[in-house]
Design a protein around this ligand. Structure first.
Ligand code: CP
Length: 309
C-alpha cells in the first residue's frame, strides 16, 4: 500500500465506506500509524479543548470505549449517552432533535443507532462531524478502517493477490458490508462469501467476480489469506427459528484454524459468542484481539481528521 501525504477532502463526517478513495485510505492508515507512535509516547494534547459526544443507542463495548479512549489520549474530553433508557429518546425525541442539541454541546459525535441510514440522517442535521459507529444492519465504516489497518499490518494489500473470506452472518453483519466496500478499492483482492443461503451477503454488496459458498470447505480454509468471521446477529433476525437453524453453522476449532496458511490471519469484529472456540486464541493466526486494540489509533486518526487537526 502506497503511503500518501494527501489530506483527504472527503473527511468531515464518517458515514459510509463509499466515501473513501484509495488515497484517503492510504492517508488514514498513515495517520493511524502516527497515532500509534503518539500512544507509545503517552498521548498528546492535540484535541485539548474539544469534546467528543458518544451517543450509543445499541449495546457496544469496543466502539464506544475505543472512541472515548482515542479522544482522551488526544487530550480532549468526552460526554456520553450510552443507555437509551435514560435518554430523552425513550420519551419519543427524534434523532434530528437530539443531534441538533448534542451538536451544540460538543465538537464531534460518535453515533450508534438501531436503524440503517440513521447516521446519514443525523449528519444532515448536525452542526459537528458525525462518526458512524454502526447504523443497524447498514454500515460500520470506522470498524472497517481498523480492520483494514489490521490487514495492512500483516499483508501487502494492493501489491499482491489477497484472498479474503467472509464467514458467518453476512446479511446483517454491518462490519462485512463496510469492509467489502473498502477492500474492493484495492487491486488483486478476491472476496469469498461463506454463509447459509438465508443470511448470505445482500446483492447490494456483491459483484459478479465474488465467490459464494454455503459451506466452509477445506479449500476456502487453506487458501484464504484473511478469514473474517462474524457473529450470528440474533437481535436482527425477525424469525427466531431461522436464527436457531443457522446459529451453529460455523464454529472455528483449533484444528480448522491450524489448517490455515501459516501467514493467514483470522479476524472477527467481536463480540464473539460460540463461533470461535477460545482454544483458538493462542494460535498465531488469531488476530481479533489485536484488531480490537487497533481501534484506538485508527479512531484517534479519524477524530483528528474530522476536526481538521
Ligand atoms: N466491533 C464492534 O462494533 O464491537 P462493539 O459492538 O463492542 O462496539
Amino acid at each position: 500500500m502506497t503511503v500518501s501525504t494527501h489530506t483527504p477532502t472527503s473527511m468531515h463526517h464518517v458515514l459510509s465506506a463509499d466515501q473513501f478513495s484509495s488515497t484517503d485510505l492510504a492517508h488514514i492508515m498513515q495517520r493511524a500509524a502516527e497515532m500509534e507512535t503518539i500512544l507509545q509516547q503517552g498521548g498528546s494534547t492535540m484535541c485539548q479543548g474539544n469534546i467528543l459526544g458518544t451517543l450509543f443507542y445499541e449495546p457496544s463495548t469496543r466502539t464506544r470505549l475505543s472512541f472515548e479512549t482515542a479522544m482522551l489520549r488526544l487530550g480532549g474530553s468526552v460526554i456520553t449517552e450510552s443507555d437509551v433508557t435514560f435518554s430523552s429518546q425513550s420519551k419519543g425525541e427524534v434523532i434530528e432533535d437530539t443531534i441538533r442539541i448534542v451538536g451544540g454541546y460538543t465538537d464531534i459525535i460518535a453515533l450508534r443507532t438501531k436503524n440503517k441510514g440513521e447516521a446519514k440522517l443525523a449528519a444532515h442535521y448536525s452542526p459537528v462531524p458525525i462518526l458512524n459507529g454502526g447504523d443497524g444492519s447498514g454500515e460500520h465504516p470506522t470498524q472497517s478502517l481498523l480492520d483494514l489497518y489490521t490487514i495492512v499490518k500483516h499483508h501487502k494489500i494492493g501489491e499482491r493477490n489477497l484472498n479474503v473470506a467472509f464467514v458467518g452472518d453476512l446479511k446483517y453483519g454491518r462490519t462485512v458490508h463496510s469492509l467489502a466496500k473498502i477492500l474492493r478499492k484495492f487491486e488483486g483482492v478476491t472476496l469469498q462469501f461463506v454463509a447459509p443461503e438465508t443470511i448470505q451477503m445482500p446483492d447490494d454488496y456483491r459483484e459478479d467476480s465474488d465467490q459464494v459458498f454455503t459451506e466452509l470447505n477445506p479449500e476456502v480454509l487453506t487458501t484464504a489469506d484473511v478469514i473474517y468471521d462474524t457473529r450470528m446477529q440474533k437481535e436482527r433476525f425477525e424469525d427466531i427459528e431461522l436464527f436457531n437453524r443457522v446459529k451453529n453453522a460455523f464454529i472455528f476449532t483449533p484444528e480448522m484454524v491450524a489448517s490455515m496458511k501459516p501467514d493467514a490471519i483470522l479476524m472477527h469484529p467481536l463480540p464473539r459468542v460460540n463461533e470461535i472456540m477460545q482454544r483458538v486464541d493462542a494460535l498465531p493466526q488469531a488476530k481479533y484481539f489485536e484488531q480490537a486494540i487497533n481501534g484506538v489509533p485508527v479512531r484517534m486518526a479519524l477524530i483528528a481528521e474530522s476536526l481538521g487537526l
